[in-house]
Design a protein around this ligand. Structure first.
Ligand code: URA
Length: 437
């Protein structure tokens, strides 16, 4: 078999066999296939797409490229939740302690920030000392003790994804439905949970811009999950503005803790409870979605348990909780050199129009990376004092930027370009478009 022939075949829109896909994934993971040929293959997939059968062969080949976790030493129903990537998306960090407080086990591998989107691992590293790379036995011990452990992608699990993802990132082939579906699902299957909830983000801050694209991606991933005998649900949720008000790392941890104390913003509360309720139903702890959803809301608002589970897990993984010992003000937590308020130039209703640019602005402030090697500033970020549909008076603060970097005039223009102020209240913001089970 020659990769050149397989590139040609895909370029002409023909379907590849299981053997051919295995040959490509094995060859690239082992370093036999060079980057330039793999790049050409990925671009051919980008333009010609793949059939459902090819995507399941691709997922399978990626799973086989490394170890598969055996979570049988963890007692109870194991759940995982994954977002396709959003701005201000801190749902996993609230979802995990919430479902843990109902007795579910969260054994989760998470990613770092990518492009405009933040990453759970970067947010967790806001806690000094928090360990994201731990041996498998320790991972199992922590889940059994605290019901939660969240770790970074290890090089033993789906190494093919790690390598292909890095190549996609620099060859403009991230935005491909078959490649995203296989990349997400190989990790979910290889880490061995019983139930999976996928949050497919859709809108101007997400990789999927339209509902139809997001639905296609969600249906493919649910199909793959079922093929591997997993309980799986995918929610398609709105990413036309950030989730909650905080964008960054420590600033998002602040909002996570507030939400765990029952003082979170409505949109964040809603998506957290929706995701958690789907997992609780998969574990058959509730007879129907509505009762599970209500129980989640009650817990978040009336019980100290979710916050206790969160703190226990952070401490067990080595994190220093002093970051959240005083939540009286954001200034107290972030302690940055520069705090800049972006004020409304007129009176009216705020409408966020470019969530992608807001995510990239947080990167510019230091909260994310431009290259894989770049260090991030966990204390940089953005707080949205106003969001879509909220009224603002001229001179009032719309958003606050926190950074240790110099702020130049273009940064003000950048921040101002992400929203507009209108006379008419924007239409109600639909949070969840659809749930596919
Ligand atoms: N998240 C992933 O894990 N992979 C993708 O391709 C996109 C988002």
């Amino acid at each position: 078999m020659r990769l050149l022939d397989l590139i040609e075949k895909k370029k002409n829109g023909q379907e590849l066999t299981q053997e051919e896909i295995k040959f490509i994934i094995e060859g690239y993971t082992n370093g036999v296939i060079p980057d330039y040929q793999m790049s050409a293959f990925l671009m051919a997939v980008f333009f010609q797409s793949m059939s459902i059968t090819e995507i399941s062969y691709l997922t399978d080949a990626m799973i086989q490229s490394g170890e598969v976790y055996d979570l049988s030493a963890i007692n109870g129903f194991k759940v995982d939740k994954h977002s396709s990537g959003g701005v201000g998306d801190k749902v996993s960090l609230i979802y995990a302690p919430l479902v843990a407080s109902f007795g579910l086990k969260v054994a989760k591998m998470s990613g770092r920030g990518l492009g405009q989107t933040g990453g759970t691992i970067d947010k967790l590293e806001s806690f000094p000392g928090f360990k994201v790379e731990i041996p498998f036995a320790e991972f199992v011990r922590i889940v059994n003790k605290t019901n939660i452990s969240i770790i970074a992608q290890s090089s033993n699990i789906v190494p093919a994804d790690k390598k292909i993802y890095a190549l996609r990132d620099v060859t403009a082939t991230v935005n491909s439905i078959p490649l995203i579906a296989a990349s997400i699902m190989c990790k979910k299957i290889a880490t061995g949970s019983d139930g999976i909830v996928l949050d497919v983000k859709c809108g101007n801050g997400a990789f999927m811009k339209s509902i139809s694209e997001a639905k296609q991606l969600a249906e493919i991933m649910v199909g793959i999950g079922k093929h591997f005998d997993k309980k799986i649900a995918a929610e398609i949720t709105n990413m036309n503005q950030p989730l909650g008000r905080a964008i960054g790392n420590a600033i998002e941890i602040y909002e996570v803790v507030k939400t765990l104390q029952g003082e979170g913003p409505d949109d964040l509360n809603y998506i957290v409870c929706e995701s958690a309720a789907l997992s609780l139903c998969q574990a058959k702890l509730f007879p129907d979605f509505d009762s599970a959803f209500k129980a989640c809301q009650d817990k978040l608002h009336n019980s100290p348990e979710p916050l206790t589970y969160f703190k226990n897990f952070i401490q067990e993984q080595g994190g220093d909780l002093s970051l959240i010992s005083d939540l009286s003000s954001l200034d107290q937590i972030l302690k940055v050199k520069n705090k800049v308020e972006i004020k409304a130039k007129e009176t009216g209703f705020v409408e966020i129009i470019d969530t992608n640019a807001l995510g990239l602005l947080s990167v510019r402030l230091g909260a994310g990376r431009n290259t894989k090697e770049e260090a991030i500033d966990h204390h940089a970020g953005i707080y949205l004092n106003k969001k879509t549909g909220e009224f603002v008076n001229e001179g009032e603060v719309v958003m606050t930027l926190y950074t240790n970097r110099y702020i130049t005039e273009p940064v003000y223009e950048w921040a101002e370009s992400t929203f507009k102020i209108t006379d008419k209240k924007p239409k109600d913001y639909e949070l969840v478009y659809e749930v596919i089970q």
